[in-house]
Every structure is written in C-alpha cells, then in structure tokens.
Design a protein around this ligand. Structure first.
Ligand code: NAI
Ligand code: MG
Length: 364
C-alpha cells in the first residue's frame, strides 16, 4: 500500500538536501506519496508561527514526516524579524522541532551511528525526548519551597535565594518504561544483542534505583537481550575508543543529547548523521545538522546525512530492504571517495553526490 510522507524542507540547506535526496529515492520506485509543506523561519516572520496550522493538518493526513532543517535564533532576535503587522501582538517563537516532539508525543530520538568506511561499528543511541534534565523545571531565583530544598547547601547559603538557580531532573515510571520497551524492541528488530542503559547511578542514587528496578523488570520480557547500566562518562570514553562494543544505548534527555552528538562525531561529522523522532502515534525524520546558513545556495552540503535519514524513514515505514539498499549505495560512494563533498575531502557538489548514489541504485 502507498505510504504518504509530509516533506518539510524548511530553511537554509534543508531544501537543497531534501530535493537531492528525493530525486535519488525516486530510483527505488517505491509506492510513496510525498506531500510538500511549510515550516521554519519564513513561516515565523510572515505568519507568526514557525509551524502553521496547514502544516499540522498535513501531518495528521500523512504516515510520517521528512524534515530538512530549521533556522532558530536567540529569543531577543525573533520578534524583531516579524512582519511589521504582527509585531507587538504578544507572539512568542517556539522551536518547531520542540513543537513537533511535544504535540506528536515523540519520546524517542533515534540516532544510528555507523562506520560507513570500514563497517567497524554499528550502534544506535536512543535519547529520551520528554523528561530528564530538560523537562523544563529550570528556575533562576528560588521561591520559599524550592529554597527550603537547597538552603542547607553551603554554596546556596552563601549566595541567597535570588542568586541561586535550580534545575530538576524528572524521571517517571511512565517515561522510563516506554523508553526501555522501545529500546528492547529496537534491539530485537535490528538484531542487536546488547542494550546499554546510560546513567550515573553512583551519584544519582535514588533516581538511578528507579531506573534499575524498571530495567530488571522489563528485561524479563526480553531474555535474548543482554543488558548493562553504564556511567555516562565511561560511555563517552568507550564510544571513542571501542565503538564496536555497543548495540543499542538508551539515555535520559541530556545524557542522550550529548552522547548522540558525540555519535555524530564518531561517525565522521554532521554531513553523515541521520536521526528520527518516534512516538506511539507519530514520527518524523531529519538529519542531525541544522540549516548551515554559510553554505546555502552553493551546492556544497553533503546530502548523505539526508539520504541516510530517508533510509531510516523507509525502515520505519516497513520498506526495510530498500532502506538497506539506499544505505549500501551511500556506503559505496562514501568509501570510493571519488564523488564526495568537501567535508569528506572531495570537491563534488550536493547534486553530484546524490546522483552518484542514484547511479549505484540503478546498477542492480
Ligand atoms: P549546522 O549544523 O547548521 O552547521 C554547523 C556546521 O556543520 C556547518 O557550518 C558546516 O561546516 C557543517 N555542516 C552542517 N551540515 C552539513 C552538511 N550537510 N554537509 C557538510 N557540512 C555540514 O549548525 P549551526 O551552524 O550551529 O546552526 C545553524 C542554524 O541551524 C541555527 O539557526 C540553528 O539554530 C539551526 N539548527 C537546527 C537544527 C535542526 O533543524 N534540528 C539542529 C542544529 C542547528
Ligand atoms: Mg544536540
């Protein structure tokens, strides 16, 4: 059956890598219906919302979403860029990526990290997207109840409530359970034997205990998957030194944020790193990189991150064989080094690389 995809090219190099990647995907001849929509900086400036109503409608009507890139600016700059007719109306800019994650309930951020060159490693970082240290409980200047919780800390006592800030790491059974279940299912679906849970249990003892209890319970339903709980700092070290030891990693929001960018670095940079955001009722896929304003319109951006993102989306839609074919074609072109962009040491342009990948697909 035909699957429908909302395509939101967005800002900067987003439209360039999206259009190059979609031309390549056409070669696969899949029953896909791509439906173009608007998102990003121009929507904010002209309409007062980076995700317009018509885009939400499009997302409701489609099976998943492919996003290019978004330009975000510091809050103080956002209002000044609004169309004059919209200024002073109290509109506030909310990051489109955050809006998508929150409204669609996308709690798992999936970052595959593979060695395109030599196939030495192939693991996935799954970052929790909705709670942890980024749950939004982040206060500067403490009221009575919060102050009472920290006033005995000598540094707080020396600073006073007005000059103390507090960020809370929220961890819930609900959030932990669905993340762990997702991690196990992902490991099983991708033939991985090891699930690494990233935490800091010796320092964050009580929240660490909740996580360990839930892991022990849920692991009983998945006897074929080995589990471990590792310290986040140790994981960072091993990811660089022995990336081949990992299968699937799950981590709370901030630990996962940091480790997934480290993963992009281990892979060889932003021009190669794909990602997906998945919930129980929705999903969207985007390369890890942003809109790279310095490269716009120069046909310079590496389209491989977007091509691998499309492959991940194809897996998710159930087209896993074509997804693997596409990854294989990207791998072949990356290894050959003859047609690659500047970030991989070459001189080829965005469209040329995408065409080289399409040629590989055509050769089967
Ligand atoms: P960026 O990822 O856009 O670019 C950083 C640098 O990485 C570029 O200057 C370039 O050297 C390299 N790079 C990125 N993509 C590449 C590609 N496809 N091929 C080759 N090299 C590539 O990050 P930056 O410059 O910090 O942010 C630019 C804008 O993007 C900002 O407005 C930021 O808020 C936004 N952003 C959006 C993200 C998203 O859409 N999820 C993620 C990160 C940043
Ligand atoms: Mg990040």
């Amino acid at each position: 059956p035909t699957k429908s995809v909302a395509v939101l090219p967005g800002d900067g190099i987003g439209p360039e890598v999206v259009s190059a990647a979609l031309d390549t995907v056409e070669k696969l001849g899949l029953p896909l219906d791509f439906r173009l929509g608007d998102i990003g900086w121009d929507c904010w400036r002209q309409e007062g919302d980076p995700v317009p109503q018509r885009t939400w409608k499009l997302l409701e009507e489609t099976d998943t979403c492919l996003l290019g890139a978004i330009t975000s600016k510091p809050l103080r700059e956002t209002e000044a860029e609004l169309d004059p007719s919209l200024r002073g109306t109290g509109l506030t800019y909310v990051s489109p990526v955050l809006q998508l994650r929150q409204r669609l309930g996308l709690y798992a951020n999936i970052r595959p990290v593979t060695d395109l060159d030599q196939g030495r490693f192939d693991f996935t970082v799954i970052r929790e997207n909705t709670e942890g240290l980024y749950a939004g409980i982040d206060v500067h200047g403490l009221d009575e109840p919060l102050w009472n919780a920290v006033r005995h800390h000598p540094n707080a006592a020396a600073s006073g409530p007005e000059d103390t800030s507090l960020t809370l790491r929220l961890q819930t059974r609900h959030g932990i359970d669905r993340l762990l279940r997702f991690g196990f299912a992902h490991a099983e679906a991708h033939g991985k034997r090891l699930l690494t849970v990233v935490d800091k249990p010796m320092v964050l003892r009580n929240s660490g205990n909740l996580l360990r209890e839930r892991l022990e319970l849920i692991a009983r339903d998945h006897p074929d998957i080995e589990t471990e709980i590792l310290n986040v700092d140790a994981v960072a070290l091993w990811m660089v030194r022995r990336p081949e030891r990992f299968g699937v990693l799950v981590a709370e929001n901030m630990f996962g944020d940091i480790l997934s960018d480290l993963g992009a670095g281990v892979m060889g940079g932003l021009g190669l790193a794909p990602s997906g955001n998945i919930g129980d009722h929705g999903s969207y896929f985007e390369p890890v990189h942003g809109s790279a304003p310095g490269m716009v319109g120069q046909d310079k951006a590496n389209p491989m991150a977007m091509l691998l993102t499309v492959a991940q989306m194809l897996d998710h839609l159930g087209f896993d064989v074509p997804g693997e074919e596409l990854r294989d074609a990207v791998r072949t072109v990356a290894r050959a080094r003859t047609t690659v962009t500047y970030d991989l040491g070459g001189t080829a342009g965005t469209r040329e690389v995408a065409r080289a990948v399409a040629d590989r697909l055509g050769r089967k």
